[in-house]
Ligand binder design. Structure first.
Ligand SMILES: Nc1ncnc2c1ncn2[C@@H]1O[C@H](COP(=O)(O)OP(=O)(O)OP(=O)(O)O)[C@@H](O)[C@H]1O
Ligand SMILES: [Mg+2]
Length: 481
């Protein structure tokens, strides 16, 4: 995985590819193809991906069982496994072209298939994998195009889609950053429902339409790689069929993100108003009270007996210091309610600040661990992550009686995961939530709502005696192009 420091695409041959080159995948018992293929992937992948691969292996065994085991089942399950493993790798890393080729060669060898057949099978398994739909659409598109390049089907590839004002290039890989006029013209022709390829004679350009309700909605265009044009066309037809559902999902996400932005903006506006109310109400009251105390001090002082003056002075000083403390605290709260402060600086920085302030104030040991890059989140997601952690920490301070709390933020390519664990007394979740709701306490319920609003999942694991684990996951999404 990128965060594990072994990014695919770094140019250096991966262990995956090296293992293949050194012939460690020599044929064994036919009925163990699946296990050998797994050993090959396992050895070549960073540790971070191992749990996902183990999961894929379990599912592949189920697939094999579905065939009533035997050789055919082992064959099919192996191909299924390799396709799924490639997608898991792509979800975690930048999948290198050499590794796609390595995987195809491993499938060919394990299943005793001609390489072209193994390539096609691997492609259809990987490119149509449902797991791709969990990735941000742009990443899923990138994985598909990378597969086409990695398998040498295309030498370069670009995806175009129809817009209200014409068309736009969503992604281009392997070729110049600015696609040539010829490529553009071909994309335009495909989107109009007529490919120009027949007019181009011996052109190496290949294309396919991604349709929606029977109409061309997007176009894949690229120069043919080291395969025959009709082989490239077969791959492109498959790719176009799979890209249809990815682009469909992108459209749905775009609609719901519009709604999500409105909802988040509305709840942020409420918080901002609360911040202003706090500033105009309680903070001003505290300032007035501090002024009164100072006045009282001056008025009372002359009447205090000389022997008691020092004590009286100390008491007044304590009182003033206390008021200064309340004032600072209220201002901090008012400030933290401002959305601007959440969006103006890197998320890592504001989370660290929030956690440090919490540890100082609450006297509870707090550790924050961030993996991956949380800054590529949408503003709605950043706000949600911040507010949810803020609320979870408030609960730890108010209810948990904990001595330490651990906050883990993990920004993956497909999702951002947050876990907050405290070693406090724990609670009966269902009952506490029902009781809190009756009292108009909506911390946890509100947190869950915010997360679900962004299409995420939210979970609390706790029982009397503790510990308490609160975790949520938000799917990543960035608009195409
Ligand atoms: N970390 C925790 N440890 C122990 N109990 C907790 C923890 N978090 C929440 N609770 C329990 O769950 C209840 C509901 O929490 P919730 O945040 O919804 O409301 P609240 O904190 O009581 O009020 P509000 O958040 O609205 O100020 C709490 O009253 C508390 O009993
Ligand atoms: Mg609360």
């Amino acid at each position: 995985m990128a965060e594990a420091g072994t990014p695919f695409g770094s140019g250096a041959p991966l262990p995956l590819t090296r293992a293949l080159e050194s012939g460690r995948t020599s044929p064994g018992e036919p009925a163990q193809r699946l296990e050998r293929l797994h050993a090959y992937f396992h050895e070549g992948c960073p540790e971070d991906v191992w749990p996902a691969l183990a999961d894929v292996l379990l599912r592949a065994r189920t697939v094999r069982n579905g065939f009533g085991s035997g050789e055919v089942g082992d064959h099919f399950a192996s191909i299924w496994y390799a396709g799924s493993a490639i997608v898991e790798l792509a979800a975690a890393l930048e999948l290198d072209e050499a590794d796609v080729r390595g995987a195809a060669a491993a499938v060919a060898e394990a299943c005793a298939l001609p390489l072209p057949a193994a390539r096609f099978l691997l492609f259809t398994q990987a490119a149509g994998h449902p797991r791709l739909l969990e990735l941000p659409p742009l990443v899923a598109v990138e994985v598909q195009l990378n597969l086409l390049l990695g398998l040498h089907v295309l030498a370069d590839a670009s995806l175009w889609r129809r817009t209200t004002s014409g068309m736009e290039c969503v992604l281009t890989l392997g070729g110049p950053a600015e696609p040539s006029r010829r490529v553009r013209a071909e994309a335009k022709a495909v989107l109009r429902g007529r490919s120009r390829l027949s007019l181009l004679g011996g052109s190496q350009l290949r294309s396919a339409a991604v349709t929606r309700f029977g109409q061309p909605h997007a176009a894949i265009v690229g120069r043919c790689g080291s395969v025959e044009p009709d082989v490239a066309d077969a791959f492109l037809a498959e790719a176009a069929a799979f890209l249809g559902s990815i682009l469909e999902r992108e459209q749905l996400l775009e609609h719901s993100s519009e709604r999500e932005r409105t909802l988040v903006a509305a709840s942020e506006r409420r918080l901002m108003r609360l911040g202003f109310d706090l500033h105009d109400g309680p903070i001003q009251d505290v300032l007035a009270l501090a002024a009164d105390v100072r006045l009282l001090q001056q008025q009372v002082y002359p009447f205090v007996l000389a022997d008691h003056r020092e004590i009286a002075y100390g008491r007044f000083e304590d009182l003033t210091a206390h008021l200064v403390h309340i004032d600072r605290h209220l201002r901090e709260i008012a400030h933290s309610l401002e959305t601007k402060s959440v969006l103006s600086r890197p998320l890592g920085e504001i989370l660290h600040r929030e956690v440090d302030t919490f540890a100082d104030r609450a006297g509870i040991q707090a550790a924050l661990e961030i993996r991956g890059d949380p800054d590529s989140l949408s503003s709605a997601q950043r706000i949600t992550v911040f507010r949810a952690i803020q609320e979870a920490l408030a609960n730890v301070r108010e209810h948990a009686g904990a001595s330490s709390v651990e906050i883990r933020v993990r920004a993956r390519r497909s999702a951002i995961e947050v876990q907050i664990t405290d070693d406090g007394m724990g609670f009966e979740v269902e009952r506490a939530l029902a009781k809190a709701a009756q009292r108009g306490r909506l911390g946890l319920v509100g947190m869950g709502e915010r997360v679900r609003m962004l299409g995420g999942t939210f979970q609390i694991e706790s029982s009397p005696g503790g510990p308490t684990l609160l975790k949520f996951t938000l799917p990543r999404w960035e608009p195409l192009a």
